[in-house]
Design a binder for this molecule. Structure first.
Ligand SMILES: [Zn+2]
Ligand SMILES: [Zn+2]
Length: 123
């Protein structure tokens, strides 16, 4: 069953209603209760059906907050990749990370990487 089929499954519909009513049919980020609401997964675990999570893994968000939330997630993922490569970079070069000069180099390196990941337009 792919994601699309899972989201059409009665078990998801039931879960979704449960979360919406728990959250009073209101975006938990901006308190909007007029816009379309989404039930967002804070975390996905590989191999689980979309409804096979405890309720604390879900949050009701309006369309806009949901979109922004996912953008931030993506950004964090990219940021973590950057941090990981900085760690590798530091280890490979036997650099002690607490050193102030090195930290400045890392920040510059980090910004360069972010620029590249963002297609060179902006950070
Ligand atoms: Zn989501
Ligand atoms: Zn919202």
């Amino acid at each position: 069953m792919n994601f699309k089929q899972q989201y059409l499954h009665p078990k998801w519909q039931k879960k979704r209603l449960e979360i919406l009513s728990r959250d009073n049919w209101t975006c938990q980020n901006c308190q909007d209760n007029e816009s379309t609401l989404h039930v967002h997964h804070k975390e996905y675990i590989k191999g689980r059906k979309v409804w096979e999570y405890d309720n604390y893994n879900f949050i009701t968000l309006c369309e806009e907050c949901h979109r922004i939330g996912h953008e931030i997630d993506n950004h964090n993922k990219k940021y973590n990749d950057v941090l990981k490569s900085i760690r590798n970079y530091s280890e490979n070069n036997n650099i002690i990370r607490k050193d102030r000069v090195v930290r400045n180099i890392n920040i510059r390196y980090c910004l360069d990487r972010l620029k590249k990941l963002n297609g060179g337009n902006h950070v």
